[in-house]
Design a protein around this ligand. Structure first.
Ligand SMILES: Nc1ncnc2c1ncn2[C@@H]1O[C@H](COP(=O)(O)OP(=O)(O)OP(=O)(O)O)[C@@H](O)[C@H]1O
Ligand SMILES: [Mg+2]
Length: 437
């Protein structure tokens, strides 16, 4: 630029907060300005006016110009000046671009236009610089975001892994729980069965071994000769022993029968149309002998005409158990009471049959357990605790209904069996939990 304008000094100046700096200085002869040289502002420099007016300044000869005669550049013998402002893309002032000479210069318009062109090309570079800066910044941001994303993915993978591990632990825990639950259920069933069978088998064993030793004695005595009364006595012993054996084995066989009933899940058979009231009265007729002995009364208030299409045998078994329980458990020795059987149809094709008594009732703690297998308050007195469990299975699985036990308010116990009047065809599994009220 200095060459084209034929001047000793071509400069690009940059403004700082309180100074102005020579950013680029031409390497031309007689140039008094050095690169990075700084001058104070507010001292009347040519460039200050350019920056303030944001326009061209042309001073052909400062010495002839009163306004410029004393400006600091005159001290450096720079008496002519041509300069234009340099602006940032946002219109902030960057500085100036100018040429200075030690002799008077009246620049031709072409030179002025050339200086404007140089200014514009530098300002275009400013735009590019800024765009590049922005690009670098957004690149950095992008890289940061990518790094964050990667860290996030890593964390996600880790927590996924943790979750998977937790799930595996949970599954195995659940399996283990199921196993122990099954084992403990099986354990209590086995314990119950052993306990129940222990008495009849123990009695049977005792009777059989007594018989065995009596028979051996008898055999020895036979060698020596027997009296008629000794033979009669032995026959009596055998008869008595065999009786005990028979009863014990019979008891054991019955127990095994009820265990089987608990475990079996055979399809209910014997589906029929029948009248509910009639079926209940059949049951009562069968229980007459028992009831007469106990002095208790059983009242049936079921009207004729509740037609059912279900399994009468299973229903009779359920009712017989409930009535037997009332007679066995509800009334204190020496006292007799009343068992009432009632039934009510509802609009949804269901019938609710209640077997209630005016006896001692069932304490709340026991109420929750009465349907559990082997729960009995007559342990060792002939109670196996299987009666209500069998009832529960019959009601839920064979008759497709539900059963609830209730007690309280000094009104004895009440069992409510709710059944569909017309049982569905398919066999249902027993419900997991008995319903209580
Ligand atoms: N009507 C009732 N009043 C009072 N308690 C009852 C009544 N019905 C049942 N229970 C209680 O419920 C328990 C369980 O009855 P469940 O029929 O299952 O067994 P159990 O009668 O003791 O023995 P099993 O029926 O095998 O001979 C009984 O031991 C008794 O404590
Ligand atoms: Mg019972």
């Amino acid at each position: 630029m200095a060459g084209i304008f034929d001047v000793p000094a071509g400069l690009i100046m940059r403004v700082l907060p309180e100074q102005i700096e020579v950013l680029v200085s031409s390497h031309s002869e007689g140039n008094p300005y050095e690169h990075e040289e700084k001058a104070k502002l507010n001292t009347g420099l040519y460039c200050e006016t350019v920056m303030a007016t944001r326009g061209l300044l042309h001073v052909p000869d400062a010495l002839e110009d009163e306004e410029w005669r004393h400006n600091p550049d005159v001290a450096l013998n720079m008496i002519s000046y041509l300069g234009v402002p340099l602006l940032w893309p946002d219109n902030e002032v960057f500085g100036t671009i100018c040429v200075l000479d030690s002799k008077k210069r009246n620049y031709h318009q072409k030179y002025v236009e050339l200086l404007w062109e140089i200014k514009k090309s530098i300002e275009r570079d400013f735009v590019l610089m800024q765009q590049q800066e922005q690009l670098v910044a957004s690149n950095t941001e992008l890289r940061h975001a990518v790094r964050q994303q990667e860290a996030f993915s890593l964390k996600l993978a880790q927590s996924n892994q943790d979750l998977h591990a937790a799930l595996m632990r949970l599954t195995s825990l659940q399996e283990e729980l199921l196993r122990t639950e099954k084992l403990s259920a099986l354990g209590s069933v086995v314990a119950g069965i052993s306990h129940e069978l222990n008495t009849p088998i123990g009695n049977g064993l005792l009777a059989a071994s007594t018989l065995q030793s009596r028979a051996a004695e008898f055999a020895l005595e036979m060698e020596r000769g027997l009296t008629r009364s000794r033979m009669r006595e032995f026959a009596g012993t055998v008869e008595q022993g065999a009786g005990i054996l028979m009863r014990s084995l019979d008891h054991a066989a019955k127990l095994v029968g009820s265990f089987k009933e608990v475990v079996d899940e055979q399809a209910a058979d014997g589906r029929q149309r029948f009248d509910l009231g009639e079926a209940v009265r059949d049951v009562l007729a069968g229980l007459d002998a028992v009831l007469d002995d106990s002095g208790n009364r059983v009242v049936c208030t079921i009207p004729e005409g509740i037609q059912m299409d279900s399994y009468p045998d299973q229903l009779r078994q359920v009712l017989a158990q409930l009535i037997a329980n009332a007679v066995q458990h509800a009334f204190l020795p020496g006292l007799s009471g009343t068992v009432t059987i009632a039934a009510k149809r509802d609009g949804d094709g269901q019938v609710a049959i209640t077997v209630s008594d005016d006896g001692i009732g069932i304490p709340p703690d026991n109420l929750a357990r009465v349907f559990d297998p082997f729960f009995t308050t007559r342990m060792g007195k002939g109670g196996s605790g299987l009666g209500l469990h069998i009832v529960y299975k019959l009601v839920t699985a064979s008759l497709h209904g539900k059963i609830e036990a209730g007690s309280g308010g000094g009104a004895g116990a009440c069992f409510t069996v709710t059944l569909p009047v017309s049982a569905p065809a398919a066999l249902r599994k027993p419900q997991a939990q008995p319903l209580l009220s």
